[in-house]
Design a protein around this ligand. Structure first.
Ligand code: DPM
Length: 335
């Protein structure tokens, strides 16, 4: 719709399209937004990009054209009228241990008895309580800068757990003392991937950002999100996943936990995502799966990925996942 498009004229009378990007004010949000802006500038040098720290409703009010998010913070069902137009290549999806400087050289396994670990993630606490019963877990809140400050400047926590991807984007890799593999702690749905939210009807912007889709990341995240949606899990339930693409197969491991990790269910399933490249989605179809529109990727592989997530969730539900999650939810609400 031309009426909503913004243009800018330079000194030579050349008219260029303006893309307006909205961001939150935290340093991580700015870094993520800037990295997407740089990629778009590289792809579309003729486009003029503006970044404003508008509120998120700006997308709805047509004040911005796209908003950059950490995928794991986006609900599996978006409000009507919005879609995820691109999921960028996933960075390290695992969690990392950041130690208080006085504990340098230690690991979760070698920290003294009753050491306090900071995390507000039920998922992390459940898995790590089971694996490292000598440790204690306490909530820590605030953005990444606040958390690191609370760790370093007080004596409340021996270590905190954060996503490796966020630490990397902040340039704090040197603070990572340990990366947690799947045997210690599986990651959250969508963790480590950046998503671009757009208006679902904004065809031009959708097409523009679709170039940033990383096919394997898109398929993994569709499967993970379908799994979470079927379990009716929000962004704060003890649900964890692990996905891999190998030889045109997508493998999804999913698990649900009681709050202390003593009760859990974990299964793995796989599906073929081999695709005949001719089967491309038609751009005017507006298909989205668990809130993701990837019109430039084959539809059948996306369908198979969504079904994988659904099937795995159904398998866990048939084994009692609902009961585990309901109890966890009730106990957590009562805290
Ligand atoms: C969600 C969770 C957390 C964030 C829950 C979870 C962590 C909360 C906490 C849904 N969102 O992971 O089980 O530690 O108390 C968040 C971070 C990032 C996106 C920070 C982090 C950056 C990494 C990424 C907060 N959301 O998890 O360390 O892009 O995945």
């Amino acid at each position: 719709c031309i009426a909503f498009m913004f243009f800018q004229q330079d000194g030579n009378g050349k008219v260029s399209r303006v893309i307006r990007i909205g961001t939150r004010k935290s340093q991580l949000a700015r870094i993520q937004t800037d990295s997407v802006a740089e990629k778009l500038k590289g792809l579309y040098p003729e486009v003029h990009i503006e970044i404003g720290d508008n509120l998120f409703t700006a997308l709805e009010r047509n004040e911005v054209d796209l908003v950059v998010h950490s995928l794991k913070d986006l609900p599996t069902t978006l409000p009507p009228g919005f879609t995820i137009g691109a999921v960028l290549k996933r960075e390290n999806p695992h969690d990392a241990v950041v130690l208080h400087p006085k504990n340098m050289g230690k690991s979760l396994g070698t920290l003294p008895d009753k050491s306090v670990i900071g995390t507000s993630s039920l998922r992390r606490a459940a898995q790590l309580k089971k694996r490292f019963p000598h440790l204690e877990f306490k909530d820590i809140r605030g953005n990444l800068n606040t958390r690191l400050k609370k760790l370093d400047e007080k004596d409340d926590f021996s270590a905190i757990i954060l996503a490796a991807a966020g630490l990397g984007r902040m340039g704090w890799e040197s603070r990572v003392s340990q990366i947690l593999g799947p045997e210690d702690c599986m990651y959250a749905v969508g963790q480590g991937a950046i998503a671009i939210e757009v208006r679902a009807r904004d065809k031009d912007i959708l097409e523009m950002v679709s170039v940033l889709n990383d096919p394997n990341t898109v398929l993994r995240c569709i499967a993970e999100r379908a799994f979470l949606r079927r379990l009716e899990g929000g962004c704060s339930v003890p649900v964890a996943v692990h996905t891999e693409v190998r030889d045109s197969q997508l493998y999804l491991t999913g698990a649900v936990y009681s709050l202390d990790g003593s009760d859990s269910l974990k299964e793995t399933m796989q599906t073929s995502i081999a695709s005949d490249n001719k089967v491309e989605e038609r751009v005017d179809e507006w298909v989205h799966r668990v809130g993701v529109t990837a019109n430039n990727m084959p539809g059948p592989a996306q369908d198979a990925s969504e079904k994988l997530g659904l099937d795995l969730a159904n398998l866990l539900l048939s084994k009692g996942a609902k009961e585990i999650l309901n109890v966890a939810r009730q106990l957590n609400d009562a805290r």
